[in-house]
Write a protein that binds this ligand. Structure first.
Ligand code: SF4
Length: 208
């Protein structure tokens, strides 16, 4: 599900950080953060003193944009994380990272999480051999993710496959990019989730 109405590059500029929402463009000189690394809008360059609340809010917004989820979904992930036995912030990130769309992206079958969501909703992705069209589907240990045989030649998949070399496959995943198949060996640990998000700040915000 696409979440934000604001164009992807503006979302990055608003967060003053690359969120890698547009695939290969994010690694090129065309990236808006390379050309205009400041918030959009006429008054963007003025100095703003950020309060603690503002920092917490921005961090949460950044996480939502990064994973492409809306507030309600994000809150649900947080509630689930609170009820879990693990550290709340880490579990929150683990839940987001193991969404199917994120998994498809991390395996290199799509060049962005947004593109992964599109592939899933159009029925190009299988989990354990069964078609799944819900991007929020949670991956579990041992799950096998693959691209439908007849979809292996569609342009977005070919492009993602060709550029797959830029993406380092996480240790919690096993990927055969040639066959467009991947497996969840185990759930990711915090140090394997390479996202520029301070989850503790988000937990502080929700704990108020
Ligand atoms: Fe963000 Fe990618 Fe746009 Fe750069 S190209 S601003 S990283 S979405």
């Amino acid at each position: 599900m696409s979440t934000a109405k604001e164009p992807a590059c503006k979302q990055c500029r608003r967060e003053k950080e690359k969120l890698f929402l547009k695939g290969q463009r994010c690694f090129s000189a065309k990236c808006a953060m390379e050309r205009k690394p400041y918030a959009p809008g006429q008054r963007a360059k003025r100095r703003v003193v950020e309060t603690g609340y503002c920092v917490q809010l921005r961090e949460k917004q950044k996480a939502k944009k990064y994973y492409g989820v809306i507030e309600k979904q994000f809150r649900n992930y947080y509630e689930k994380a609170v009820k879990s036995k693990g550290v709340t912030g880490e579990t929150l990130l683990q839940l987001l990272e193991t969404r199917l769309d994120s998994g498809v992206y991390m395996m290199g079958f799509a060049s962005s999480r947004a593109q992964a969501r599109q592939l899933i909703s159009h029925g190009h992705i299988l989990i354990n051999g069964k078609k799944v069209d819900r991007a929020s589907c949670q991956l579990r240990e041992g799950d096998e993710v693959s691209v439908v045989e007849s979809s292996k030649e569609i342009v977005p998949v070919i492009e993602a496959k060709e550029s797959g070399g830029t993406l380092t496959v996480s240790e919690w995943l096993e990927v055969d990019l040639d066959k467009l198949k991947g497996k969840v060996i185990r759930l990711p640990e915090r140090n394997e989730i390479k996202v520029p998000i301070n989850e503790r700040v988000i937990v502080e915000l929700y704990s108020k």
